[in-house]
Design a binder for this molecule. Sequence first.
Ligand code: ADP
Length: 229
Amino acid sequence: MKIKFSIKELRAMNCNHKSPKQISPRLLNPSNYLVRYNGYITCRDRNILNQHASGVLWFTGLSASGKSTIAHGVEKKLFSRGIRSYVLDGDNVRHGINSDLGFSLQDRKENVRRIVEISKLLMDAGFIVLASFISPSMKDRDFVRSCFSEDNFYEIYIKCSIEECERRDPKGMYDKARRGIIKNYTGISAPYEEPESPDLVIDTEQLNIEDAIQGVVNFIDAVKMLKLI
Ligand code: ADP
């Protein structure tokens, strides 16, 4: 099947043809018709309305290291200061938008890609995104970092030994992983690659919960993450 297009239509599809041509159905991919719509209100407008910049804090660490506890504690503190933030949490996302994904390498990669896209939307909407995900692969985390600019993305390593995480085991997952009921469990039967140069390390074996949360808030203030440029 061959279909004729006018120059105007070809331009709209980003085709560099000088005259109308016969083009193959391959070019009829719907993505060729997608053109970004720029609204009246920009991210900066929203930031000005909120009186703070937006950005992403990416919490990585073993399950039970304390990512969610700390992220939600930080959200509470920011909320009390009138700062718009939102926690994106591994299990919640997997219950909803990523409920079709498992834990194979391919699915973990897709899980991260979608979370990045959600984070970008929330950031554009004016939020400080507190993304709490084990994100065990260094390659995946490098990909995440590459999706954001330097001044609005920070990686926070929530550090805790596997022994202590197993001792805490708030959801009984390590127990199930040890007994082989859960396969591919990070730290037990799947690897966790420690971050080599995170922007902040919070060691939850050294700090109590309150100090760990305050440590992140102090960091946000120290790097002027909320400052409007
Ligand atoms: P993750 O999100 O990393 O899987 P959670 O926040 O769900 O971890 O669970 C961490 C568990 O460890 C919670 O039960 C929390 O009360 C406990 N905990 C003990 N000490 C700390 C600490 N210093 N920081 C964070 N959590 C801690």
